[in-house]
Design a binder for this molecule. Structure first.
Ligand code: HEM
Length: 489
């Protein structure tokens, strides 16, 4: 592990020399390398470096070497066509290790027979849920947000207050989707939100960041601290887990089938055999609970971030509100959601790691990609490529209205046709399993909100947060400001 984390072996298995690393940004400071710039700017700094080094480059953040991909077709080649070689995950840093119980959740688990049962069950739970059940849920949750805004002390809702309301609705939606919990006391939800915030603060701390970026000596110092004082990330995680233990036990004690179909807790605790796996070893109780918790937190945090981003932006666009409000169908609302996920994806970068040493072909050159090296997909560059998204810095939902003659952002595009898709939900084997449900949820909430209120104010400036409880790459969110909501009569 030490060798793979701190040193790279320069020979191939056959004894010949490996290719060189892809070009790196010039003049980065010794030891820290690109770490400080990344911490300040997030993935936007990758786009700056891409201008100097090209669409595929290599950089060290601290002592963590990553390979950054800024080009859709190269993403396809590495993470879709060679997905069996490039779909593992490196779990690093106290909070990520604690939250995944050292790589045991779906977000980090490898693609072995044992863990593939987990993915099958999650997909099964989502796919067997009738569309009508989702429609009712999304209508109810939209109504709750509309009412909560209406009950706010004044029609001018501050940024923080709106974020709190969006957080509550997103957390409740996630709890219903994943944990089947539709009656959670709002006070308990506030406690859960506070505990997530405490976990995130832990991830923000400088020593956690130093470990993530593999600065020498830090892992040793942290291990010593944990021996004498305990690991704060584990403490916060266990604090959160108490709720999930209770909810899972409640679910398992209740009837298996509801109007929705089998519950995720039941599916995970009694996995049915596939043809390759006639007698599956069942997941252990602690693995089930940590997965349910991670999935709930992922769903909550991303739905909340995406929804808050959208409301803030829509508040700045009165003409778009008029168009949306007149719409019978939801095609424009859906296009708005897609454009918002292109423009402001909650995860502006995500990483898959290589399972084997290999060469990468890029611009008639071969570059090395070693086992355990991380391939980081930089959406900040890919989602703003003018060859796929004409006039890319203009926020324009119309580009996602159904049209002929479009391409995928993952395909070569000699004719410069517009793209019909985005990568906010990832790609390849690790593609987000909640992508369809999430886009549906966001579309319904947006369409209903704009029919209930006209709103003004809002702010579209975003900020990079180091704390993504599921990933060292953090997340990007709108800072937000107050919005005035006027009920439509
Ligand atoms: C706006 C909302 C959401 C966004 C932006 C989002 C985004 C993402 C991203 C970027 C990944 C990593 C993909 C990769 O590494 O290629 C991911 C993974 C995942 N997401 Fe989501 N997600 C959202 C909501 C949800 C919801 C609601 C669920 C389920 C109820 C869900 C389930 C998953 C699962 C299971 C994975 C792990 C896939 C794997 O590694 O096998 N997501 N998501």
């Amino acid at each position: 592990q030490f060798v793979s984390q701190y040193m790279w072996i320069n020979k191939k298995a056959d004894g010949t020399s490996k290719e060189s690393w892809a070009p790196s940004p010039p003049s980065l400071p010794w030891l820290w390398n690109g770490m400080e710039s990344y911490e300040r700017q997030g993935p936007r700094i990758f786009t700056t470096w891409a201008k100097a080094c090209g669409g595929f480059f290599s950089v060290k953040l601290g002592q963590r070497r990553i390979l950054v991909v800024n080009d859709g077709p190269l993403v396809k080649s590495l993470l879709v066509e060679k997905d069996q070689y490039n779909s593992s995950r490196v779990v690093a840093g106290g909070t990520e290790i604690a939250l995944t119980d050292n790589g045991k959740t779906v977000f980090s688990a490898p693609f072995t027979l044992y863990w593939s049962r987990l993915r099958r069950s999650i997909a099964g739970a989502i796919n067997t849920t009738p569309a009508a059940w989702f429609n009712t849920l999304f209508d109810t949750q939209s109504e709750k947000l509309i009412q909560a805004i209406g009950q706010a002390a004044s029609s001018n809702v501050s940024g923080d207050q709106l974020r709190g309301l969006v957080d509550l609705v997103a957390l409740e939606t996630a709890l219903i989707l994943v944990m089947e919990q539709s009656q959670v006391d709002p006070e308990v939800m506030v406690k859960v939100l506070d505990k997530v915030a405490a976990l995130e603060q832990e991830q923000d701390k400088i020593w956690t960041q130093y470990t993530i970026f593999r600065l020498p000596v830090m892992p040793l110092l942290l291990a010593l601290r944990n021996i004498f004082l305990g690991d704060p990330a584990v403490r916060h995680r266990n604090d959160l887990l108490t709720h999930f233990v209770d909810w899972t036990q409640e679910n398992l004690a209740a009837q298996d089938k509801t109007s929705r179909g089998p519950s995720l807790s039941h599916l995970l605790s009694a996995i049915s055999p596939s043809k390759n796996d006639p007698e599956p070893e069942q997941l252990k109780q602690d693995e089930i609970i940590i997965n349910l918790m991670h999935l709930t937190l992922h769903s909550y945090k991303y739905l909340s971030t995406a929804l808050f981003n959208m409301i803030q932006r829509l508040a700045t666009l009165p003409d778009m509100q008029d168009r949306l409000q007149q719409e019978e169908e939801t095609a424009l609302a859906r296009a708005f959601v897609k454009e918002s996920l292109r423009y402001d994806p909650p995860a502006r970068a995500f990483a898959h790691a290589a399972r084997v040493d290999q060469d990468v072909d890029w611009c008639q050159q071969k570059y090395r990609l070693d086992e355990d090296a991380e391939v980081v997909v930089n959406l900040d560059a890919i989602h703003f490529n003018p060859d796929y998204y004409p006039d890319p810095t203009r926020f324009s939902p119309d580009r996602f209205l159904p049209a002929k003659h479009t391409v995928s952002i993952l395909d070569e595009n000699e004719n410069k046709l517009p793209a019909h898709d985005h990568l906010a939900f990832g790609v390849g084997r690790r593609l987000c399993q909640g992508s369809r449900v999430s886009e549906d949820f966001l579309t319904v909430v947006l369409a209903r909100l704009v029919k209930a209120y006209s709103f003004a104010g809002g702010n579209t400036e975003t900020v990079h947060r180091a704390n993504g409880v599921w990933s060292w790459l953090g997340r990007e969110e709108t800072i937000g400001t107050s919005i005035t909501f006027e009920p439509r009569t």
